[in-house]
Design a protein around this ligand. Structure first.
Ligand SMILES: Nc1nc2c(ncn2[C@@H]2O[C@H](COP(=O)(O)OP(=O)(O)OP(=O)(O)O)[C@@H](O)[C@H]2O)c(=O)[nH]1
Length: 313
């Protein structure tokens, strides 16, 4: 642990933080910016973060473990209810909550809904993070900061900090880490140095495939797609300097009618999804990959407890 040089009077801190906020608020992008490598899955479509992905920020004075939760929303299906339970459990367990509100959008009912829930969690310190500041001009940003301050006062939430950031421009991301760290308890590192996430590789691989499959599909489809990696095995008999990892994955949809959309004319879409996600998986795992991707119908999986368990929810 030679990298951990620090003044003797600064205690080492370690703990958990989670970002909350309505869909598309920029939580995953911020997680990635803080960790410095792509670990959470971002998408311009709402509610794509299904798994609790942890990104780990290693610093000389602290280790900050980021838990990326799905968005809290009105549950319409069994999946929706389970997701909300996951969110609330996470909130109660972490050391600090970062509430993300985009700078370029007025505070709406979705934000207030979450803020009310937050107000009910008394003990955990809450930092208001005004995200995407690159999309707002100075005046808009100032008004948003005031509105966030007012939201806290109206609901009886005492913000530990209000921080404007742009994850994509890398603006104030370091400052945010500086402000989160003092809110963590003193303690030794929770994860080995160098670990970026403890999310099993298979889940991350599945998320990368899902992300690629979501790009450019019709609006109602995202909720119907789930990906399960069945197997990841090094190809046998390869020379040591030319390894190949075989990945077998299934892409589940809810109805046979969705098959055509996912596969595309003459399989063109699926091929593209495979190529795109393979590049990302190779970057993530640092090894060449052979990706074997199949589309399967799991009828109405969102409403079926047995199917949900099988798909990892
Ligand atoms: N311009 C700009 N765009 C951003 C920034 N942060 C995120 N975005 C974009 O906003 C969209 C949503 O970002 P995500 O990080 O996926 O949002 P999220 O809150 O994790 O979304 P869910 O997973 O749906 O809850 C994506 O298209 C991002 O590229 C930012 O700082 N600046």
């Amino acid at each position: 642990m030679s990298a951990r040089t620090q003044p003797a009077d600064t205690p080492y801190r370690s703990g958990f933080a989670c970002f909350v906020g309505r869909p598309n608020a920029g939580k995953s992008t911020l997680t990635n910016a803080l960790v410095g490598q792509k670990v959470a899955i971002t998408s311009n479509r709402p509610q794509t973060t299904r798994h609790t992905v942890r990104g780990i920020v290693h610093r000389p004075d602290a280790q900050l473990v980021l838990v990326d939760t799905p968005g809290l929303h009105k549950p319409r299906t069994l999946l929706g209810e389970r997701l909300n339970d996951v969110v609330r459990t996470t909130w109660a367990e972490v050391d600090v909550i970062g509430f993300c509100l985009p700078a370029d959008q007025k505070i709406g009912p979705g934000d207030t809904f979450i803020a009310r829930e937050l107000a009910g969690i008394k003990k955990t310190p809450k930092v208001a993070i005004v995200t995407k500041t690159d999309l707002a001009d100075g005046q808009t940003l100032r008004e948003q900061l005031l509105a966030v301050d007012k939201l806290g006062r109206d609901l009886g939430i005492e913000w530990a900090e209000i921080v404007p950031v742009s994850a994509t421009a890398g603006d104030q991301v370091g400052l945010l880490a500086d402000l989160l760290v003092p809110l963590l308890p003193e303690g030794p590192p929770l994860y080995p140095e160098g670990d970026l996430t403890d999310e099993p590789e298979q889940v991350m691989v599945a998320e990368l495939i899902r992300e690629a499959a979501l790009e450019g599909v019709r609006d109602e489809l995202p909720h119907s797609i789930a990906v399960v990696v069945e197997e990841m095995l090094p190809r046998e008999g390869r020379p040591e300097n030319r390894p190949l990892l075989d990945i077998h994955a299934n892409l589940y949809i809810e109805r046979p009618s969705q098959k055509g959309i996912v596969i595309g004319p003459k399989g063109a879409r699926l091929k593209e999804v495979g190529m795109k996600s393979r590049t990302q998986i190779e970057a993530l795992l640092g090894t060449p990959v052979f990706l074997d991707l199949h589309v399967k119908v799991a009828k109405d999986w969102q409403r079926d407890p047995k199917q949900l368990r099988k798909l990892g929810f």
